[in-house]
Design a protein around this ligand. Structure first.
Ligand code: ADP
Length: 241
């Protein structure tokens, strides 16, 4: 579904990702975790084709991402940036339908899709007429998720999707997201700095440090068998729920 081969990305002197080889498996939820600055968001941006690697290749469904292929690939990906990234001057509904309108999807198709997604993310009907500032943080994240799912993406990319929410709402949404991912069977790649969140949401956890993948496995692998001194330190600093 999504493959990185020999990928390196730097910003000036800062190496954000170095020599990354990774295959994101279809229909799984994969969490990228690690300290601030370790390269998680850069890896997600490389997956979305928002930045291109200095060397190496990112391949999405058999197609190497390049300026010529990115637009078509992006239409098959849903991307939720930190804090949701909703346009403040558009209603929630207009945010959700923006790309489908642009692609001239039929009105009846759009209306049906909005209704089924609203049901999926459990938003009240009247909330879609509101502007983002008139919604709660949790509702804004649900709208951002609807927007990302609107075109039924093959790949869903989520950058700290629940980062701005208070702990109780966050725990509720973690449970709901897990159920939503399961019911859709979508491939999900998400960034979090919270190991508990990774454990609740993901089938597979990738621990990163300084632009390098340091461990790849399940939550139980990481918790019980951290490999190397960084993974051991990371796990020993973990607040078990
Ligand atoms: P994380 O998401 O794990 O916090 P990032 O991928 O955002 O890490 O950043 C990795 C490194 O790359 C950091 O040192 C960061 O400062 C640097 N970086 C990220 N984006 C840019 C950019 N647009 N310009 C310069 N440096 C950047």
């Amino acid at each position: 579904m999504l493959t990185f081969r020999g990928v390196r990305k730097s910003y000036g002197d800062v190496v954000a990702i170095s020599a990354l080889d990774l295959t994101v498996r279809p229909a799984e939820t994969t969490a990228l975790i690690g300290p601030s600055g370790c390269g998680k968001s850069t890896l997600l941006r490389l997956a979305a084709g928002l930045v291109l690697p200095d060397t190496g290749t990112v391949t999405f469904d058999g197609l190497a991402l390049s300026p010529a292929t990115i637009e078509a690939a992006r239409h098959r990906m849903g991307y939720v940036i930190q804090e949701g990234g909703l346009f403040p001057h558009l209603t929630a509904r207009a945010n959700v339908t923006l790309l489908a309108d642009h692609l001239r999807r039929p009105r009846a198709w759009i209306d049906d899709r909005v209704e089924s997604l609203r049901d999926l993310v459990r938003l009240p009907a009247d909330s879609l007429a509101r502007f983002p500032t008139e919604l709660s943080g949790g509702q804004r994240q649900r709208v951002a998720l609807m927007r990302a799912l609107m075109l039924d993406p093959d790949l869903l990319l989520l950058d700290e999707p629940l980062g701005a929410l208070d702990p109780l709402i966050r725990a509720d949404l973690q449970r709901e997201l897990r159920a939503i991912f399961g019911s859709l069977g979508t491939t999900v790649l998400l960034v979090t700095h919270d190991l508990n969140e990774a454990a609740r949401l993901a089938d597979r956890i990738l621990l990163m440090n300084e632009g390098v993948l340091v461990q790849d496995g399940t939550f139980a692998d990481l918790r019980d068998r951290p490999t190397g001194s960084f993974a051991r330190r990371f796990v020993s600093a973990w607040d078990a729920p």
